[in-house]
Ligand binder design. Structure first.
Ligand code: IMP
Length: 432
């Protein structure tokens, strides 16, 4: 697989997560961005935490695409992203403070919806309520997308129409105050203060705001290399994930057309990133979760703590059932397996091939998350390799048992493994 194959067709590639997020997409996007002209985020918001290590220096990006770390590419926050301007300004200032150029190489869609203080408050309050806790990142993502769908959202472009913005905001805040006050006893928010704060942020981000829709489509049509950077993972997709324990956007390749305004036929190639095992943060079913010392070893060897919230991640074995589901909905062309080195010290390694549910063997992801939670994995067990893979430079450098494991994964998912990551640094990547 050549990520930037030409053949006269659009040179577009998408990187998506195969699991519940945190698969290590940041590093892979960073590697591909080195040759990309444009890198586009098309969904999610500040809930994402993309970790990239460059020359031993660690960057955690939440809203700005990882492409920003490369000179020569433009990073686009497209219309499908929900933008918290407070966080965006902070992130830009932080990046600049560390010597990263952020200027004309960042474009924020004027159509993107804005995360408002009441969205964050609502996320916080409804999570704190405990009844149907989802374990969200409390970044206001769900409430912001809900308002977008209810046609009560504020878009970036609206921030630059002060009179209308002030008027609309006053009505919205009044409504939110009533609802949040009645439901949670929340003290009222002050519309005028929010207006003034957000006008301030609007001016700070003004140089980056523009027509991302035209820009991305024109770049594709001119044969530029355009990379779509998925956030979260396919199993957190609002339509195809483990609903309701999902995020509020289409966090797989299905999100690109609506989230960036790019016709499906222009998306050429999809790379799916999966860990060599599996993790999840927040609530929700996770059939292969290990609540034992093996799970604990995976967490400590893989340093499995959330990059946005710092929460310990739940850990377990690779799940071929959920991964096949992800392959199907994304149309994955090539797999990137990350963190293979984390498995270096395990005597045996397992892959879930199917589930047992109410005495039946189930080969696909049940639609009901409560059923998925009751599924018992049917495992295939492999001998471990008990050797250091972190120094491997090519597939043939890997121990035989590791090669067998990877070959098994590609056979069982029906997709070639095109890249393997054996460490956080850019160099610790094996291409096939
Ligand atoms: P929200 O996106 O903050 O609404 O959270 C909904 C669910 O998605 C929770 O289980 C979060 O832990 C999870 N989630 C959101 N963003 C990420 C991410 O970037 N990585 C992993 N999990 C995430």
């Amino acid at each position: 697989m050549i990520p930037w194959a030409k053949n006269g067709r659009p040179r577009t590639t998408c990187v998506v997560g195969v699991q519940w997020g945190d698969e290590g997409k940041g590093k892979i996007v960073d590697l591909l961005s080195a040759k990309a002209d444009v890198v586009v985020r098309f969904q999610g918001g500040g809930n994402a935490g993309h970790t990239v290590v460059v020359g031993g220096e660690k960057f955690v990006l939440h809203l700005v695409p990882s492409g920003i770390l490369h000179r020569g590419s433009t990073s686009v926050i497209a219309n499908g992203v929900v933008v918290d301007p407070v966080q965006l300004v902070e992130e830009i200032e932080h990046l600049r403070g560390r010597g990263v150029n952020v200027g004309r190489n960042l474009l924020v869609s004027e159509r993107a919806h804005v995360v408002m203080p009441y969205h964050k408050l609502q996320d916080e309050l409804s999570e704190g309520n405990g009844e149907r806790k989802l374990g969200t990142t409390r970044r206001g993502i769900g409430p912001c997308y809900a308002d977008k769908a209810a046609r009560k959202g504020i878009r970036i472009a609206d921030l630059y129409k002060p009179d209308r913005f002030r008027q609309g905001l006053a009505a919205l805040v009044e409504e939110k105050n009533r609802v949040l006050g009645a439901l949670y006893g929340a003290p009222p928010l002050e519309a005028e203060k929010i207006f003034n704060d957000y006008r301030g942020y609007a001016e700070k981000i003004r140089p980056f705001v523009g027509d991302a829709l035209e820009f991305v489509n024109a770049a594709i049509d001119r044969g530029k290399r355009v990379l779509f950077e998925g956030a979260q993972g396919s199993l957190l997709d609002i339509d195809f994930g483990t609903y309701p324990y999902v995020t509020s956007s289409n966090s797989d390749a299905c999100g690109i057309p609506a989230g960036a305004g790019v016709p499906p036929k222009k998306v050429r190639q999809i790379l799916g990133v999966a860990k060599a095992y599996c993790t999840r943060v927040g609530e929700g079913p996770f059939p292969t979760e290990l609540n034992d010392d093996i799970g604990e070893r995976l967490r400590s060897a893989g340093r499995e703590y959330g990059s946005t919230t710092g929460r310990p991640r739940r850990c377990g074995w690779f799940d071929a059932v959920t991964s096949r589901h992800a392959v199907m909905i994304n149309g994955i062309d090539g797999l990137v397996i990350t963190k293979l080195d984390v498995l270096d010290t395990f005597d045996r390694i397992r892959v879930c091939m199917a589930y047992r549910l109410d005495g039946r063997r189930v080969g696909k992801v049940p639609v009901d998350s409560q059923d998925l939670a009751r599924c018992v994995p049917v495992y295939e067990t492999f001998p471990g390799w008990n050797a250091d893979t972190s120094q491997a430079k090519s597939f043939s450098d890997l121990p035989r048992a590791a090669r067998r494991y990877l070959t098994f994964l590609e056979r069982t998912l029906g997709v070639p493994v095109v890249m393997i990551s054996v460490g956080t640094d850019r160099e610790k990547t094996i291409r096939r």
